[in-house]
Design a protein around this ligand. Structure first.
Ligand SMILES: [Zn+2]
Ligand SMILES: [Zn+2]
Length: 341
């Protein structure tokens, strides 16, 4: 057993971010169990789900959990039986930490719907720390094209956005609406553009609209503006239920709106004729399969996706989350650990 300790952040008392729900603690450095590797965390991305956990929008699964599920680091110790990663390998640790492998969804290659999954930074400790352990079957080797800071947001913002894009059923060369343009939106837009889509972005922050246009979006309007043409598909990244009706109304016949978030504020009453008839669909996105993750990382390296990051020292995780809550982050916030001496 290791007796060393590390710095980590934990969700102490979930509540409004300005009430300080995170606390900095000293924890024992975790030891990797069978099939697990321990990584020295270099960078951990800040995802809106971390904010939902800190603020109590999501029920805590584990008291004093270390948040963070976009973890990039280097293996420093492999537990018994590991064959996939070795000390020195760079590994990405994502949201999906474990699935049962035997339920009807796992057996049908739909492990994102597993009946007893565990998630990094919710059920098991995540990457707002100096070290983290991961079941090596759920970690990802990361394309060399991406520096640590760029790779981190790919691990949730990127993967979930990719699954949302597939769920939206966007046809080749189709017209895609993206509602909310933060970490996930700006990565997903680049994948869609590389596949030949016409992309319209609807988002609140003027800086995000400028970023959208610079990446090649055909238009960028305010959050509930109507796009300049009907959409074949749309993705809602903003956790704002009041955007569901305008996004559905913007769809062409047969179009689909995919809601990407794990949490959404209430959806107002829908009007059948305006929002759903003519075979418009509304669907959610729940986690992802490991296959989604591998497919997305290959696609991201091929494009290659440019990831716009805003680095914060790991010591300032609380400030990074507050900035995300108040729309002060332009791109994807990432927490950076100091270089080990
Ligand atoms: Zn399962
Ligand atoms: Zn996430």
């Amino acid at each position: 057993m290791s007796t060393a300790t590390m710095k980590a952040w934990v969700v102490d008392t979930p509540g409004p971010i300005d009430s300080g729900p995170l606390r900095a603690v000293e924890r024992p450095v975790p030891d990797p169990g069978p099939g697990q590797v321990r990584i020295h965390v270099r960078v951990c991305g800040v995802c809106r789900t971390d904010l939902h956990l800190a603020e109590g929008d999501l029920t805590p699964h584990h008291p004093q959990v270390v948040p963070g599920h976009e973890v990039v680091g280097v293996v420093d110790r492999a537990g018994p039986g590991c064959t996939r990663f070795r000390p020195g390998d760079r590994v990405g640790v994502p949201w999906l930490a474990h699935t049962c492998g035997i339920c009807r969804y796992c057996r049908a290659q739909r492990e994102n719907l597993c009946l007893s999954p565990t998630f990094t930074g919710w059920d098991v400790d995540g990457g707002y720390a100096e070290y983290a352990v991961v079941d090596e079957r759920y970690g990802y080797p990361l394309p060399d094209a991406f520096a640590d800071e760029e790779a981190a947001p790919l691990l949730c913002a990127g993967i979930i956005g990719y699954r949302a894009l597939r769920r939206s059923g966007l046809p080749p060369g189709g017209r895609l609406g993206i509602y909310g343009f933060g970490g996930s939106g700006h990565i997903t837009a680049q994948i869609a553009l590389a596949e030949g889509a016409v992309v319209h972005v609807m988002t609140r922050a003027p800086e995000a609209r400028a970023l959208a246009l610079s990446l090649g979006a055909a238009s960028a309007g305010d959050a509930d503006d109507a796009p300049p043409e009907p959409l074949d598909a749309a993705i809602l990244f903003a956790p704002v239920g009041t955007l569901v009706p305008p996004a559905l109304a913007a769809l062409d016949r047969g179009g689909t709106l995919a809601v990407a978030g794990i949490h959404l504020s209430d959806i107002p009453v829908l009007n059948y004729q305006r929002h759903l008839f003519e075979e418009r669909s509304l669907c959610s996105v729940t986690a992802n399969t490991r296959r989604d993750g591998a497919e997305f990382l290959r696609a991201a390296a091929r494009v290659p996706v440019r990831v716009s990051t805003v680095p914060y020292p790991m010591d300032h995780a609380d400030r990074a989350l507050a900035d995300l809550a108040h729309d002060r982050v332009d791109g994807a916030a990432v927490l950076v650990n100091p270089e080990r001496s």
